[in-house]
Design a protein around this ligand. Structure first.
Ligand code: COA
Length: 395
């Protein structure tokens, strides 16, 4: 007889950040901005940029393999793969099907989920529901986004904010009773066109005109998004905490979506929570959209900020508008995070179309910046040479 599912818990976690580092000073060379403006308005110092051969699927697969290793599982133990992304490799097939093959899984169901920057929290809740409904025992939930390819490097109000990366967790069924657990997910469609990419979908398929008008780039009303974010994060967090039958003071660590340190500080003030209990790593990654919470979670656990029995709150907001929060008790041994080191990024490969060779996918201005920053490779320099990271090497 199968044991009863009494709760779900995170058993594995992992992340992948591309190697290329783009600093505020680098950006100031192509757009009218400054390190001082970006740091004072956002807290961001640098972000990662996926190289020409990296995609949402390749980053997701590396983070996913690491989470599976940390959980002490084999790829085929996973029953369902959910990839939260708004920057899939293609409109179809789903990024999740590419990830399934790349991680060496032969049996899982696989699907993408688009709830923008709230995608990881929506994915976590989906996984929780599948497990509680006995449709899955181990679910791999991945947030992977590659927004640097969808930014207009002439628009200083958006191009400084985002970076690339992926983070993942394995959520597993447990016969143990659940500790505190509370969920809230929400949507507010009045904000639909406050943060959006106009073209490339069925309302406006790609055309020479849509490209010429820059309609494939992210557009944002920053101040309106800011107002929504501070309100939605606080309200969503409060509801999830209440549903877990906890009080704010019971939460040991808040892991908010890493969009802007001013938003996180405003939420901390509104919730009367000291900043020491807010995890912040956006200074090094910028806003990585659906990847931001699982990357932050992995870094929080691996840096010793989380112990067994701690109560955590993850809370996100994003385009849509969407928002979501989960309050839960941490049950896994943080030391297991060390197992992620066994997964080398170069060992994970994603299938490509045999008869189609895309050109360099980086936006021209970004590609030119990276190329200009790269000193001519000395004779015989291979991919392991420091010049392989052009921006880093140019410092
Ligand atoms: N460098 C220099 N100046 C910039 C700039 C940049 N990167 N971006 C905007 N500015 C300028 C504006 O042009 C404006 O100049 P003006 O007064 O001469 O017109 C001025 O700074 C103020 O612009 P504003 O948009 O009012 O700034 P702000 O204080 O609201 O900060 C954001 C802008 C984007 C940082 C802020 O609105 C924000 O964080 N919004 C939320 C964004 C977000 O989180 N998005 C992702 C959601 S998942």
């Amino acid at each position: 007889m199968r044991e009863p599912v009494r709760s779900t818990r995170i058993t594995g976690w992992g992340m992948h950040a591309p190697e290329l580092v783009l600093t505020n000073a680098d950006l100031a060379r192509i757009v009218d901005t400054s390190d001082e403006w970006i740091i004072s308005r956002t807290g961001i110092r640098e972000r990662r940029v996926a190289g020409p051969d990296e995609t949402a699927a390749s980053m997701a697969a590396i983070a996913g393999r690491r989470a599976i290793a940390v959980a002490g599982l084999e790829p085929d133990d996973i029953d369902l793969i959910v990839v939260a992304t708004l920057t899939p490799d293609h409109l179809t097939p789903s990024t999740a099907t590419l990830v399934r093959e790349a991680i060496g899984n032969t049996r899982a169901a696989a699907m993408d989920l688009n709830a923008a920057c709230s995608g990881f929290v929506y994915g976590y809740v989906t996984a929780h529901a599948f497990i509680k409904g006995r449709l899955a025992r181990h679910v791999l939930v991945i947030g992977s986004d590659l927004l640097t390819r969808f930014l207009d490097y002439d628009d200083r109000t958006t191009c400084v904010l985002f970076g690339d990366g992926a983070g993942a967790v394995v959520l597993s069924a447990s016969p143990e009773p659940s500790g505190a657990h509370g969920i809230e997910i929400a949507a507010e469609p009045a904000g639909a066109y406050k943060l959006w990419i106009p073209a490339g979908g069925s309302r406006r398929p790609a055309s020479p005109e849509s490209v010429a008008r820059g309609e494939h780039y992210l557009r944002m009303d920053g101040p309106d998004v800011y107002r929504y974010a501070t309100r939605a994060i606080a309200a969503t967090a409060r509801t999830a905490i209440e549903r877990a039958r906890l009080r704010r003071d019971d939460i040991d660590l808040f892991i908010p979506h890493q969009a802007n340190s001013r938003i996180i500080e405003a939420v901390a003030r509104g919730l009367h929570v000291p900043m020491e209990r807010m995890f912040v790593n956006l200074d090094r990654y910028g806003n990585t959209s659906a990847a931001s919470i699982p990357i932050a979670l992995a870094e929080a656990v691996d840096s010793g900020r989380v112990a067994v029995g701690d109560r955590l709150l993850v809370v996100a907001f994003g385009a849509g508008f969407t928002a979501g929060a989960v309050a839960f008790e941490w049950a896994a041994d943080p030391a297991a995070g060390g197992r992620a080191a066994a997964i080398d990024a170069s060992s994970v490969a994603v299938r490509r179309a045999a008869d189609w060779q895309p050109p360099n996918p980086l936006p021209a201005k970004l590609a030119a910046l990276l190329a200009a920053s790269s000193p001519a490779a000395p004779d015989g320099a291979g991919p392991d040479d420091a010049s392989h990271n052009p921006v880093e090497a140019a410092r």
